[in-house]
Ligand binder design. Structure first.
Ligand code: ATP
Length: 773
């Protein structure tokens, strides 16, 4: 094998600090050389363990662990050199004996340079020869030829030894250990030892412990012992084969010394054993520590991994939380929108309901406008007729000789219409005569037969009647003809009779408050018209029996001007006797008029007040004013109101009640004005009736639309037909009208272009639908 002159071998142990110092010295002094760490590993054997006999498996495990630990340690040493820019190799020799191991390494690897700790290696290496075979010695000797060894202690060179061929005698000349605490002397001896290979080895007191430890370990390993160094038999030979006495004494002395040394060696051996045990414990604990460290490191890395994983999980959770928050926000927004939409829907529903109500009221308004339109048409027709009459009157030479178109019926016609004044056709009787229902020109009429007494001529009567017939108002009973011969007056027939009959049987057939207000408004309207006429017309006999109701419960005042026709022939005494119920009639008469005998517009206001109180309370006349006063004073209007009429709107009703009381004031000056005070309350009150239509229990009380009513017979049509004038009539009525020779319109009195009739199916269906409601 060639000499490796480029590699410096450093013999390292397990002591970190000392190894560090060795390596530092080696790298510092052999820069540029390759470094190789040499470690002699002592495997565990049964001879290492005094007294303890471990199992093979335990030994194997321990050895494995030890090998691994040593390799790791060497790696650590190599790593510690890396910062200094030194790359090192390792050489591990397994040997029970360190010296043998080193020798083996030097021999096998032809080591040229070796740095090692300051131990008496010269001795160790010399001792080696006694243990080896002849052949091995030769090899070793060859190997030692060029090996230079540097002994280092605490980073300082203690000595160097160079082994050459001639130094083979070192095997037989054991080296001596010299302990010297004097550093200077040590240094000087160092220099000496460098020049004399295999001579002295100086170790300072700090190394004593290590040396002891090493020596005791050697003792334990049974590879080195004092007994083997100094053979007792040889000594004895030496002592007793000498002939001199002095020598014997000296020998005895030496023997004593040796005995003492043996004792010391024994105790040293024991100490060494203990030390070895301690060391093993330390090594074991170190191994455990290292195992623990590696576990710890693994644990730490695992922990780190888990922490990283946890951090990732946390991030995920946070992300999910954020997403959840976003979703919750979205959800809240959607919920808000939902509630907003719900509010909008409910608002829309409310406004839809309002609109529906408005449509209904608009329809009602339309119907009322149509009614008004129809009335105006009738008024227009009447006006046209009156104009014609007036023209003819103007053309006449004398007041009584002119021919007018005002229908004048013969007695025969009246007789025929009343079926010879059949009592079953009689509908009432008052102080001015009997009233019959009749059928004239296919039209239902009411014929009032005035008393025949008096000296008024027929023409004067006719003239008077014609004057009366000119007074026309929707709320005045229309005078449609007369019979001077029989002194009878022909009126339109109103099939709902008088207000009196409704008040009399209010429990049976109560009028709703809406119709009562409408009736009061109609009366007020008629009175305003009469009082504002020129000259002023006073009814003078206003009471419920004079308030007649048509098919639509439109109130019309009857008997206007009758007293004028009969007044001059009937005194007051007679009048009272003729009257059906004088006390009752007197209740409506203005007290002032009773005293003075004169009637004024305020007299009508008084009568109207009493009727109003009756409409509100439905009570009998006696104590009526007193009861209402009392109720209003106690602010307890409900106590006197007639609730068979329904739920009165209290505020407006109270207003009306106060007005009614004022109308009934005994002094006419205290009574309210019809136009400015009463009408202003009644008209808006009537308007509210449209908004709250009455809940009618019978069809009879239900006001039919005016266009459902035939203008001739004043009844809801069953078979409506359109005539040439554009108006619709009940088929039977219009045919009767035309069959009796009329070629004019019953409504306009104008000549009809033709007499053809066309069925009005649309109206027929509408009437049927209304009737089925
Ligand atoms: N045009 C008419 N249509 C329907 N019924 C009528 C008509 N005219 C009168 N009547 C009925 O005839 C009844 C008699 O009326 P009339 O005016 O002759 O007497 P009165 O008013 O009862 O009493 P008085 O005239 O003595 O005060 C009325 O109550 C009413 O029911």
């Amino acid at each position: 094998m060639e000499e490796d002159t480029d590699t410096v071998y450093v013999a390292v142990g397990k002591n970190l600090e000392k190894t560090r110092q060795l390596l530092h010295w080696a790298t510092h002094n052999f820069s540029g050389k390759n470094i190789c760490l040499l470690h002699i590993h002592q495997p565990l054997t049964d001879t290492n363990l005094s007294g303890y006999e471990p199992k093979d498996t335990e030994i194997n495990a321990f050895q494995e662990c030890g090998n691994q630990t040593v390799l790791e340690l060497l790696d650590q040493y190599i790593l510690s050199l890396v910062p200094a820019g030194v790359q090192a190799n390792k050489l591990l020799i397994e040997m029970d004996d360190i010296e043998k191991g080193i020798a083996k390494a030097i021999a096998q690897h032809n080591i040229r340079w070796l740095v090692m700790g300051a131990a008496p290696d010269g001795y160790k290496l010399g001792k080696l020869a006694t243990q080896e075979s002849e052949k091995a010695v030769l090899v070793r000797k060859q190997a030692f030829l060029s090996c230079n060894i540097w002994f280092i202690c605490k980073g300082n060179l203690i000595c160097t030894r160079v082994y050459s061929n001639h130094s083979s005698d070192i095997e037989t000349a054991p080296a001596l250990l010299v302990f010297n605490s004097n550093t200077e002397a040590k240094q000087s001896e160092k220099i000496k030892s460098e020049s004399i290979p295999g001579a002295l080895k100086y170790i300072d007191s700090d190394d004593v412990e290590e040396i002891q430890s090493v020596s005791s370990q050697r003792s334990l390993n049974s590879k080195w012992s004092f007994n083997s160094v100094m053979d007792r038999s040889k000594l004895r030979d030496f002592l007793f084969h000498e002939d001199g006495k002095d020598e014997r004494e000296q020998a005895i002395k030496i023997n004593g010394t040796l005995e003492k040394m043996v004792t010391d060696a024994t105790s040293l051996k024991q100490k060494g054993n203990e030390e070895v045990l301690k060391r093993r414990e330390v090594e074991n604990s170190a191994i455990e520590d290292e195992t623990l460290e590696s576990r710890c490191a693994k644990e730490i890395s695992r922990r780190k991994e888990i922490e990283e994983k946890l951090a990732r999980e946390k991030q995920e959770v946070q992300k999910m939380k954020n997403q959840q928050d976003e979703i919750m926000c979205e959800l809240k927004k959607v919920q808000d929108q939902n509630s907003e939409l719900k509010n909008q829907i409910s608002e829309s529903q409310c406004s839809a309901t309002e609109l529906e109500d408005k449509i209904i009221s608009a329809v009602d308004l339309l119907i009322s406008f149509k009614e008004k339109r129809d009335k105006l048409r009738i008024e227009y027709a009447n006006a046209v007729r009156e104009v014609k009459i007036l023209r003819r009157v103007g053309e006449a030479d004398t007041a009584f000789s002119y021919q007018v178109e005002f229908p004048a019926f013969s007695f025969m016609e009246i007789n025929e219409a009343t079926h010879d004044f059949d009592p079953s056709w009689k509908i009432g009787e008052g102080r001015y005569g009997s009233v019959y229902k009749g059928l004239l020109c296919n039209m239902h009429v009411a014929i009032k037969m005035l008393p025949s007494y008096g000296c008024q001529s027929q023409s004067a009567f006719q003239y008077q009647v014609e004057l009366l017939s000119r007074v026309r108002h929707p709320n005045l009973l229309t005078l449609i003809g007369s019979c001077a011969e029989s002194r009878s007056l022909v009126y339109e027939y109103l099939n709902n009779g008088s207000l009196k009959s409704y008040l009399a049987c209010k429990d049976k057939n109560p009028l709703p408050w809406q119709i009562r207000i409408s009736i009061a408004t109609d009366i007020c309207s008629a009175l305003i018209f009469l009082h504002s006429s020129e000259p002023c017309i006073i009814h003078g006999n206003l009471k419920p029996s004079k308030v007649l109701l048509d098919a639509n419960f439109v109130a019309k005042l009857s008997d206007l001007g009758i007293p004028c026709l009969v007044q001059q022939n009937v005194d007051s005494a007679d009048t009272s006797t003729i009257s059906n119920n004088p006390n009752e009639s007197l209740a409506y008469v203005d007290p002032e008029s009773l005293v003075t005998g004169k009637f004024t517009p305020e007299s009508d206001v008084y009568s109207f007040g009493v009727i109003l109180l009756q409409l509100l309370t439905g009570r009998p006349l006696s104590g009526l004013v007193r009861d209402m006063k009392c109720a209003l004073e106690k602010d307890n209007l409900k106590a006197v109101l007639d609730f068979s009429a329904g739920e009165w709107p209290l505020y407006q009703t109270k207003q009306l009640a106060y007005l009614a009381l004022r109308c009934c004031e005994k002094t006419w000056l205290k009574r309210p004005d019809l136009a400015s005070e009463i009408w202003s309350v009644l008209e808006p009150f009537k308007a509210t009736c449209i908004d709250t239509p009455p809940h009618l229990t019978t069809k009879k009380l239900c006001r039919a639309p005016s266009h459902f009513v035939c203008p001739i017979v004043q009844e809801v049509m069953e078979d409506p037909y359109i005539a040439a004038d554009g108006f619709t009539y009940e088929a039977e009525a219009i045919r009767g009208w035309l069959n009796t020779g009329h070629d004019t319109s019953p409504m306009t009195n104008l000549k009809l272009e033709h007499t053809n009739l066309v069925p009005n199916y649309a109206l027929h269906n509408a009437i049927q639908e209304w009737q089925q409601q």
